[in-house]
Design a protein around this ligand. Structure first.
Ligand code: HGY
Ligand code: MN
Ligand code: MN
Length: 449
């Protein structure tokens, strides 16, 4: 009997070992799992290929992707991804919310699964790494285990969340919220570009009529690899970030009503210019958010001016407002301060300003024991790491409501994201994939309480 086999039998018991031999899998020792490594070339090739779905026509990898959730490009990217999952030995299925799932059984059926993955929908004119890296590195992890015939104790569940970005329908983290039973009342009947969310979910293979079926059961731990999207790791040449917590996000819809009138004949004093009011409000948001210490941020990212022609004073403006911080209380307070200021701006510009909150995503702390397991993986791989907050929103924050959660960050060159210029070196991608794989291995033997 080989040394590895003896250690394996010692660790898992003869019955399981025999079952695995019957299933054609090589009995193994933990050292086999710990020496497993991602195939960097395969990972790169899959990222390059995925980038073709949603690429501007005639463009290249450098032109990034527009793969907004539920679009034809999203659908095509999901098909490609499910094909990769099959090659890696998984039988992909789509849950009621449109999330893609793939399960690989473990050696102990009594244990809950380790869940990991990310998303592949993007913002318009987005990059090739946001969500894609975590999704493809998750498939790569399965690939490696499958190729080498290695079996974890816990089942592994790969997940690619639907509509993480919330560009479509304006609400973030749709798939993971459905999995956690946190959809907002009436959300499935909301409309975007003339299509209800119900129909959009159906388009990608979900079943909104039984959305409750997307609720997920207990899990041992949740892991997500992601690009940092900020510039701190790249600036300090630290290859791995271990996320301590994810910020809360409040979104608002702002409607400003003025009076559309002739841009030549209406004197400056007589105008009720909705865009002028919006401009004052934009400056106020910036000033109020910056007025106190901390890492809170405020953004007006979408602005629609009506009628949006040169010779008419804007009568109507609709714009978004987004506030983020680790403290939900802080952004709630800032939201109130902005509303107070808006009342003064409405009065001085003789417009009406209506500010309605459209969503709130809570902040979430990563589980200490998962952070420690990730740290152990980075040490084994001899990669420097740093603990840090996430200023970007992730499905992991929803999963943290259901069980132990941890996230792995890799550097974003120049801190650029949500842009075709988003870039992470292939070496950093491979490092991240190895840390993900080795964190799965670490969680497999960790007691997460
Ligand atoms: O908006 C975000 O923070 C994320 O990239 N979805
Ligand atoms: Mn994003
Ligand atoms: Mn993302």
């Amino acid at each position: 009997m080989s040394m590895n086999r003896r250690r394996f039998l010692h660790q898992t018991g003869t019955t399981t070992a025999l079952a695995m031999v019957t299933a054609g899998l090589r009995p193994l020792a933990w050292s086999d799992l710990e020496s497993a490594r991602a195939n960097a070339k395969r990972l790169q090739a899959s990222l390059e290929k995925l980038s073709e779905f949603g690429r501007p026509s005639g463009g290249t990898f450098a032109d990034g992707v527009s793969r907004v959730a539920y679009s034809d490009a999203d659908l095509a990217g999901r098909q490609y991804l499910m094909g990769l999952m099959k090659v890696a030995g998984l039988a992909p299925r789509i849950d009621a919310a449109g999330n893609i799932l793939g399960r690989r059984e473990g050696s102990d059926a009594s244990l809950p699964p380790i869940v990991f993955g990310s998303h592949i929908d993007s913002v318009p004119n987005g990059g090739n790494f946001d969500g894609d890296l975590g999704s493809l590195a998750a498939i790569e992890a399965i690939h490696v285990l499958q190729e080498q015939g290695l079996r974890t104790r816990h089942a592994l569940e790969l997940v690619v969340w639907a509509n993480e970005e919330g560009v479509a329908y304006g609400r973030l983290l749709c798939g993971s919220r459905a999995a956690a039973g946190r959809l907002v009342e009436g959300e499935l009947d909301e409309s975007w570009e003339g299509v209800t969310k119900r129909d959009a979910i159906r388009k990608i293979g979900g079943a909104p009529e039984r959305i409750e079926g997307a609720r997920r059961g207990p899990f041992h731990g949740y892991l997500e690899l992601h690009i940092e999207q900020g510039g701190t790791l790249a600036k300090d040449a630290v290859p791995i970030g271990i996320v301590e917590g994810i910020v809360a996000t409040d979104r608002y819809e702002v409607v400003i009503r003025g009076v559309a009138n002739h841009a030549g004949t209406t004197t400056m004093a007589d105008r009720q210019d909705a865009f002028l009011a919006a401009s004052h409000l934009a400056i106020a948001v910036n000033q109020l958010v910056r007025a106190e210490a901390g890492r809170q941020v405020g953004t007006i990212g979408r602005l629609n001016v009506t009628p949006n022609v040169p010779n008419v004073i804007p009568g109507l403006v609709r714009h978004s407002l987004e506030l983020r911080d680790l403290s939900s209380a802080k952004i709630a307070r800032l939201g109130e301060a902005i509303k107070t200021k808006a009342r003064a701006i409405a009065e001085s510009t003789r417009t009406e300003i209506e500010i309605t909150q459209t969503s709130h995503d809570d902040s979430a702390l990563a589980t200490e024991a998962v952070q420690t397991a990730i740290e152990g993986a980075t040490r084994r791989l001899q990669l420097a790491s740093r603990r840090m907050p996430s200023a970007a929103v992730h499905d992991a924050q929803i999963m943290s409501r259901l069980g132990p959660m941890g996230m792995i960050f890799v550097p974003s060159v120049g801190g650029i994201s949500h842009s075709p210029k988003e870039l992470t070196s292939w070496e950093d991608c491979a490092n991240g994939a190895n840390v993900l794989l080795q964190s799965i291995v670490a969680l497999d033997s960790a007691d997460l309480g």
